[in-house]
Write a protein that binds this ligand. Structure first.
Ligand SMILES: NC(=O)c1ccc[n+]([C@@H]2O[C@H](COP(=O)([O-])OP(=O)(O)OC[C@H]3O[C@@H](n4cnc5c(N)ncnc54)[C@H](OP(=O)(O)O)[C@@H]3O)[C@@H](O)[C@H]2O)c1
Length: 304
Protein backbone atom coordinates (compact mmCIF):
# COMPACT_ATOMS: atom_id res chain seq x y z
CA UNK A 1 0.00 0.00 0.00
CA UNK A 2 2.66 2.43 0.96
CA UNK A 3 5.33 2.34 -1.76
CA UNK A 4 8.85 2.32 -0.39
CA UNK A 5 10.60 5.58 -1.11
CA UNK A 6 13.86 4.92 -2.92
CA UNK A 7 16.59 6.20 -0.67
CA UNK A 8 19.77 7.52 -2.15
CA UNK A 9 22.92 6.92 -0.03
CA UNK A 10 23.83 9.95 2.05
CA UNK A 11 27.42 10.98 1.56
CA UNK A 12 28.67 14.02 3.36
CA UNK A 13 30.71 16.75 1.71
CA UNK A 14 33.98 15.60 3.18
CA UNK A 15 33.53 12.01 1.97
CA UNK A 16 32.60 13.32 -1.50
CA UNK A 17 35.80 15.33 -1.64
CA UNK A 18 37.86 12.31 -0.63
CA UNK A 19 36.24 10.25 -3.41
CA UNK A 20 36.88 13.02 -5.93
CA UNK A 21 40.50 13.23 -4.91
CA UNK A 22 40.90 9.46 -5.12
CA UNK A 23 39.47 9.60 -8.64
CA UNK A 24 41.86 12.44 -9.52
CA UNK A 25 44.72 10.35 -8.20
CA UNK A 26 43.74 7.34 -10.30
CA UNK A 27 43.54 9.59 -13.39
CA UNK A 28 46.97 11.01 -12.66
CA UNK A 29 48.48 7.55 -12.30
CA UNK A 30 46.80 6.44 -15.53
CA UNK A 31 48.23 9.49 -17.32
CA UNK A 32 51.66 8.68 -15.97
CA UNK A 33 51.31 5.11 -17.18
CA UNK A 34 50.25 6.31 -20.64
CA UNK A 35 53.19 8.72 -20.61
CA UNK A 36 55.51 5.79 -19.80
CA UNK A 37 54.09 3.61 -22.59
CA UNK A 38 54.33 6.50 -25.06
CA UNK A 39 57.89 7.11 -23.97
CA UNK A 40 58.80 3.45 -24.58
CA UNK A 41 57.08 3.38 -28.00
CA UNK A 42 58.55 6.78 -28.87
CA UNK A 43 62.05 5.68 -27.88
CA UNK A 44 61.78 2.49 -29.97
CA UNK A 45 60.38 4.56 -32.90
CA UNK A 46 63.30 7.04 -32.69
CA UNK A 47 65.86 4.20 -32.59
CA UNK A 48 64.20 2.48 -35.58
CA UNK A 49 63.81 5.80 -37.44
CA UNK A 50 67.48 6.49 -37.10
CA UNK A 51 69.11 3.07 -37.39
CA UNK A 52 66.70 1.16 -39.71
CA UNK A 53 65.02 3.88 -41.80
CA UNK A 54 68.09 6.08 -41.70
CA UNK A 55 66.40 9.38 -40.74
CA UNK A 56 69.13 11.87 -39.82
CA UNK A 57 71.76 9.15 -40.04
CA UNK A 58 74.54 11.70 -40.41
CA UNK A 59 73.34 14.00 -37.60
CA UNK A 60 75.46 13.57 -34.44
CA UNK A 61 75.98 15.55 -31.27
CA UNK A 62 79.24 15.26 -29.31
CA UNK A 63 79.97 12.18 -31.49
CA UNK A 64 76.66 10.47 -30.53
CA UNK A 65 73.51 9.84 -32.65
CA UNK A 66 70.80 12.50 -32.25
CA UNK A 67 68.09 10.06 -31.18
CA UNK A 68 70.00 9.37 -27.95
CA UNK A 69 69.58 13.02 -26.92
CA UNK A 70 65.91 12.98 -28.01
CA UNK A 71 65.29 9.90 -25.81
CA UNK A 72 67.19 11.47 -22.87
CA UNK A 73 65.10 14.66 -23.16
CA UNK A 74 61.90 12.63 -23.24
CA UNK A 75 63.15 10.58 -20.25
CA UNK A 76 63.74 13.82 -18.39
CA UNK A 77 60.11 14.92 -18.97
CA UNK A 78 58.83 11.49 -17.92
CA UNK A 79 60.90 11.57 -14.70
CA UNK A 80 59.63 15.09 -13.98
CA UNK A 81 56.04 13.79 -14.40
CA UNK A 82 56.84 10.83 -12.11
CA UNK A 83 58.32 13.20 -9.51
CA UNK A 84 55.20 15.39 -9.56
CA UNK A 85 52.86 12.47 -9.11
CA UNK A 86 54.69 10.55 -6.37
CA UNK A 87 56.90 13.09 -4.60
CA UNK A 88 55.38 16.59 -4.72
CA UNK A 89 51.77 15.42 -5.25
CA UNK A 90 51.37 18.56 -7.36
CA UNK A 91 48.35 17.06 -9.10
CA UNK A 92 46.21 17.87 -6.02
CA UNK A 93 46.28 21.55 -6.84
CA UNK A 94 46.67 24.77 -4.83
CA UNK A 95 42.93 25.22 -4.23
CA UNK A 96 42.66 21.81 -2.60
CA UNK A 97 45.74 22.49 -0.44
CA UNK A 98 44.23 25.80 0.68
CA UNK A 99 40.95 24.13 1.51
CA UNK A 100 42.74 21.47 3.58
CA UNK A 101 44.69 24.14 5.39
CA UNK A 102 41.52 26.04 6.25
CA UNK A 103 39.94 22.85 7.58
CA UNK A 104 43.00 22.16 9.68
CA UNK A 105 42.93 25.69 11.10
CA UNK A 106 39.21 25.32 11.90
CA UNK A 107 39.87 22.01 13.66
CA UNK A 108 42.72 23.56 15.69
CA UNK A 109 40.44 26.48 16.65
CA UNK A 110 37.84 23.99 17.90
CA UNK A 111 40.47 22.19 19.94
CA UNK A 112 41.77 25.46 21.42
CA UNK A 113 38.20 26.40 22.36
CA UNK A 114 37.72 23.03 24.06
CA UNK A 115 41.03 23.37 25.94
CA UNK A 116 39.94 26.87 27.07
CA UNK A 117 36.67 25.46 28.39
CA UNK A 118 38.51 22.65 30.23
CA UNK A 119 40.87 25.25 31.64
CA UNK A 120 37.99 27.31 32.99
CA UNK A 121 36.55 24.16 34.60
CA UNK A 122 39.92 23.27 36.17
CA UNK A 123 40.40 26.85 37.38
CA UNK A 124 37.04 26.66 39.13
CA UNK A 125 38.00 23.40 40.84
CA UNK A 126 41.38 24.87 41.79
CA UNK A 127 39.83 28.06 43.13
CA UNK A 128 37.42 26.00 45.22
CA UNK A 129 40.29 23.94 46.66
CA UNK A 130 42.25 27.14 47.41
CA UNK A 131 39.26 28.54 49.26
CA UNK A 132 39.00 25.20 51.07
CA UNK A 133 42.68 25.31 52.05
CA UNK A 134 42.42 28.91 53.18
CA UNK A 135 39.39 28.04 55.31
CA UNK A 136 41.30 25.06 56.66
CA UNK A 137 44.26 27.27 57.56
CA UNK A 138 41.98 29.78 59.27
CA UNK A 139 40.45 26.98 61.30
CA UNK A 140 43.87 25.50 62.01
CA UNK A 141 44.98 26.03 65.57
CA UNK A 142 47.38 28.90 65.91
CA UNK A 143 48.44 28.07 69.47
CA UNK A 144 49.98 25.18 71.39
CA UNK A 145 47.91 24.20 74.38
CA UNK A 146 50.36 22.71 76.87
CA UNK A 147 49.62 20.71 79.99
CA UNK A 148 52.24 21.14 82.68
CA UNK A 149 52.25 18.81 85.70
CA UNK A 150 54.37 16.89 88.20
CA UNK A 151 53.13 13.38 88.82
CA UNK A 152 54.46 10.44 90.82
CA UNK A 153 54.88 6.93 89.43
CA UNK A 154 51.29 6.19 90.59
CA UNK A 155 50.12 9.47 88.98
CA UNK A 156 49.61 11.15 92.38
CA UNK A 157 49.70 14.95 92.10
CA UNK A 158 48.30 16.30 95.39
CA UNK A 159 46.71 15.66 98.72
CA UNK A 160 44.48 17.91 100.86
CA UNK A 161 44.79 20.57 98.16
CA UNK A 162 48.56 20.71 98.51
CA UNK A 163 51.56 19.42 96.55
CA UNK A 164 53.12 16.28 98.12
CA UNK A 165 56.84 16.97 97.52
CA UNK A 166 59.34 19.76 97.28
CA UNK A 167 61.39 19.76 94.09
CA UNK A 168 63.19 23.08 93.66
CA UNK A 169 64.25 22.39 90.07
CA UNK A 170 60.69 21.51 89.11
CA UNK A 171 59.37 24.83 90.49
CA UNK A 172 62.12 26.70 88.62
CA UNK A 173 61.21 24.90 85.40
CA UNK A 174 57.50 25.63 85.95
CA UNK A 175 58.33 29.31 86.41
CA UNK A 176 60.59 29.44 83.36
CA UNK A 177 58.07 27.76 81.08
CA UNK A 178 54.89 29.52 82.20
CA UNK A 179 56.13 33.08 82.79
CA UNK A 180 54.48 35.58 80.45
CA UNK A 181 51.70 33.13 79.55
CA UNK A 182 48.09 32.39 80.48
CA UNK A 183 47.83 29.68 83.13
CA UNK A 184 44.49 27.86 83.20
CA UNK A 185 43.53 26.08 86.44
CA UNK A 186 40.68 24.67 88.47
CA UNK A 187 39.31 26.65 91.38
CA UNK A 188 40.90 24.27 93.93
CA UNK A 189 44.38 24.62 92.47
CA UNK A 190 43.99 28.40 92.47
CA UNK A 191 43.06 28.27 96.13
CA UNK A 192 46.16 26.19 96.91
CA UNK A 193 48.34 29.24 96.10
CA UNK A 194 48.99 31.73 98.90
CA UNK A 195 48.64 34.51 96.24
CA UNK A 196 48.54 34.75 92.42
CA UNK A 197 51.85 33.88 90.74
CA UNK A 198 53.75 36.88 89.34
CA UNK A 199 54.06 37.64 85.63
CA UNK A 200 51.31 35.22 84.51
CA UNK A 201 47.64 35.69 83.58
CA UNK A 202 45.50 33.46 85.79
CA UNK A 203 42.38 31.91 84.28
CA UNK A 204 40.36 30.13 86.98
CA UNK A 205 37.58 27.67 86.16
CA UNK A 206 34.66 27.37 88.56
CA UNK A 207 30.97 26.52 88.38
CA UNK A 208 30.25 29.19 90.98
CA UNK A 209 28.36 32.18 89.59
CA UNK A 210 29.89 34.90 91.77
CA UNK A 211 33.32 33.61 92.55
CA UNK A 212 35.47 36.43 93.89
CA UNK A 213 39.17 36.68 93.01
CA UNK A 214 41.85 39.40 93.12
CA UNK A 215 42.00 41.94 90.28
CA UNK A 216 43.60 40.61 87.11
CA UNK A 217 42.44 37.03 87.71
CA UNK A 218 40.04 35.91 84.98
CA UNK A 219 37.11 33.83 86.20
CA UNK A 220 35.35 31.53 83.73
CA UNK A 221 32.72 28.81 84.02
CA UNK A 222 34.10 26.21 81.62
CA UNK A 223 37.28 24.97 80.00
CA UNK A 224 36.05 26.27 76.60
CA UNK A 225 35.66 29.77 78.07
CA UNK A 226 39.13 29.47 79.62
CA UNK A 227 40.61 28.71 76.18
CA UNK A 228 38.65 31.58 74.69
CA UNK A 229 40.03 33.94 77.35
CA UNK A 230 43.57 32.75 76.46
CA UNK A 231 43.31 32.94 72.66
CA UNK A 232 45.75 35.86 72.38
CA UNK A 233 48.45 33.58 73.84
CA UNK A 234 50.47 31.35 71.48
CA UNK A 235 51.16 28.90 74.32
CA UNK A 236 48.60 28.84 77.11
CA UNK A 237 49.27 26.31 79.90
CA UNK A 238 46.87 24.01 81.73
CA UNK A 239 48.41 23.88 85.21
CA UNK A 240 45.94 21.58 87.04
CA UNK A 241 44.64 20.10 89.07
CA UNK A 242 43.35 16.57 88.61
CA UNK A 243 39.87 17.47 87.34
CA UNK A 244 41.10 20.01 84.79
CA UNK A 245 43.97 17.80 83.55
CA UNK A 246 41.44 15.05 82.87
CA UNK A 247 39.24 17.35 80.80
CA UNK A 248 42.16 18.91 78.92
CA UNK A 249 43.92 15.67 77.86
CA UNK A 250 41.71 15.33 74.78
CA UNK A 251 42.43 18.82 73.44
CA UNK A 252 46.02 19.58 74.53
CA UNK A 253 48.88 19.55 72.01
CA UNK A 254 51.75 18.99 74.40
CA UNK A 255 52.50 17.69 77.91
CA UNK A 256 55.44 18.91 79.99
CA UNK A 257 55.52 16.29 82.74
CA UNK A 258 57.85 16.01 85.71
CA UNK A 259 57.77 12.33 86.59
CA UNK A 260 58.67 11.92 90.28
CA UNK A 261 60.23 8.49 90.66
CA UNK A 262 58.32 7.41 93.79
CA UNK A 263 54.74 6.59 94.83
CA UNK A 264 52.55 8.60 97.17
CA UNK A 265 49.21 8.51 98.88
CA UNK A 266 47.05 11.20 97.25
CA UNK A 267 43.55 12.47 96.56
CA UNK A 268 44.29 14.11 93.20
CA UNK A 269 45.78 12.24 90.25
CA UNK A 270 47.13 12.86 86.78
CA UNK A 271 45.28 10.91 84.03
CA UNK A 272 46.90 7.88 82.34
CA UNK A 273 48.89 8.86 79.23
CA UNK A 274 47.69 6.95 76.17
CA UNK A 275 50.79 6.12 74.15
CA UNK A 276 48.68 5.53 71.07
CA UNK A 277 47.99 9.26 71.16
CA UNK A 278 51.17 10.72 72.66
CA UNK A 279 54.80 10.27 71.76
CA UNK A 280 57.71 11.10 74.07
CA UNK A 281 59.97 13.75 72.50
CA UNK A 282 62.22 14.60 75.44
CA UNK A 283 63.41 12.79 78.58
CA UNK A 284 65.97 14.22 81.04
CA UNK A 285 66.70 12.39 84.31
CA UNK A 286 67.69 14.21 87.56
CA UNK A 287 69.06 12.53 90.64
CA UNK A 288 67.78 13.65 94.06
CA UNK A 289 69.96 16.20 95.87
CA UNK A 290 69.78 18.79 98.66
CA UNK A 291 67.21 20.88 96.72
CA UNK A 292 65.23 17.96 95.28
CA UNK A 293 64.10 15.27 97.68
CA UNK A 294 63.29 12.62 95.00
CA UNK A 295 64.72 11.40 91.69
CA UNK A 296 62.70 12.80 88.82
CA UNK A 297 62.67 13.15 85.01
CA UNK A 298 61.57 16.02 82.84
CA UNK A 299 59.48 14.45 80.08
CA UNK A 300 57.90 16.06 77.04
CA UNK A 301 55.07 14.41 75.11
CA UNK A 302 53.61 15.61 71.86
CA UNK A 303 50.40 14.54 70.19
CA UNK A 304 51.18 12.02 67.43
N1 LIG B 1 51.43 18.11 90.88
C1 LIG B 1 50.97 19.04 90.12
O1 LIG B 1 51.52 19.34 89.11
C2 LIG B 1 49.71 19.77 90.50
C3 LIG B 1 49.28 20.86 89.76
C4 LIG B 1 48.12 21.50 90.09
C5 LIG B 1 47.41 21.07 91.16
N2 LIG B 1 47.86 20.03 91.88
C6 LIG B 1 47.09 19.53 93.05
O2 LIG B 1 45.84 19.05 92.55
C7 LIG B 1 44.91 19.19 93.61
C8 LIG B 1 43.70 19.95 93.06
O3 LIG B 1 43.11 19.23 91.99
P1 LIG B 1 41.55 18.89 91.97
O4 LIG B 1 41.30 17.91 90.92
O5 LIG B 1 41.15 18.52 93.36
O6 LIG B 1 40.89 20.29 91.65
P2 LIG B 1 41.08 21.29 90.43
O7 LIG B 1 41.06 20.54 89.18
O8 LIG B 1 42.20 22.18 90.69
O9 LIG B 1 39.75 22.16 90.58
C9 LIG B 1 38.51 21.56 90.57
C10 LIG B 1 37.42 22.63 90.51
O10 LIG B 1 37.45 23.24 89.24
C11 LIG B 1 36.11 23.60 88.87
N3 LIG B 1 35.77 22.83 87.71
C12 LIG B 1 36.25 21.63 87.32
N4 LIG B 1 35.72 21.28 86.14
C13 LIG B 1 34.89 22.28 85.77
C14 LIG B 1 34.06 22.52 84.66
N5 LIG B 1 33.97 21.64 83.68
N6 LIG B 1 33.34 23.66 84.62
C15 LIG B 1 33.41 24.59 85.59
N7 LIG B 1 34.19 24.42 86.68
C16 LIG B 1 34.90 23.27 86.78
C17 LIG B 1 35.24 23.26 90.03
O11 LIG B 1 35.22 24.40 90.81
P3 LIG B 1 33.97 24.79 91.76
O12 LIG B 1 33.90 23.72 92.75
O13 LIG B 1 34.31 26.12 92.31
O14 LIG B 1 32.79 24.81 90.82
C18 LIG B 1 36.00 22.14 90.67
O15 LIG B 1 35.66 21.93 92.03
C19 LIG B 1 45.60 19.89 94.72
O16 LIG B 1 46.09 18.96 95.64
C20 LIG B 1 46.76 20.56 94.05
O17 LIG B 1 47.84 20.79 94.93
C21 LIG B 1 48.98 19.38 91.57
Amino acid sequence: MFGKKKSSPQIDKEQLELIENAQKRIKQKKRLYVHFVLFLIGAIFLIVANTVIGIGKDVTLFGKEWFLFAILLWLFFFLYHLFNVFVTHKFIGKAWEKQQLEKLVAKQKDRIEKIKQDLVKEETVLAKSEVYNKTKNINKKQSTLTIIAAAAENNAIGKDNQLIWHLSDDLKRFKALTSGHHIIMGRKTFESFPKPLPNRTHVVITRQANYQAPDGVIIVNSLEDALDASKSDKQPFIIGGGQIYKQAMGIADKIELTRVHSTFEADAFFPEIDFNVWKETNNVFHKKDSDNEFDFSFLTYERK
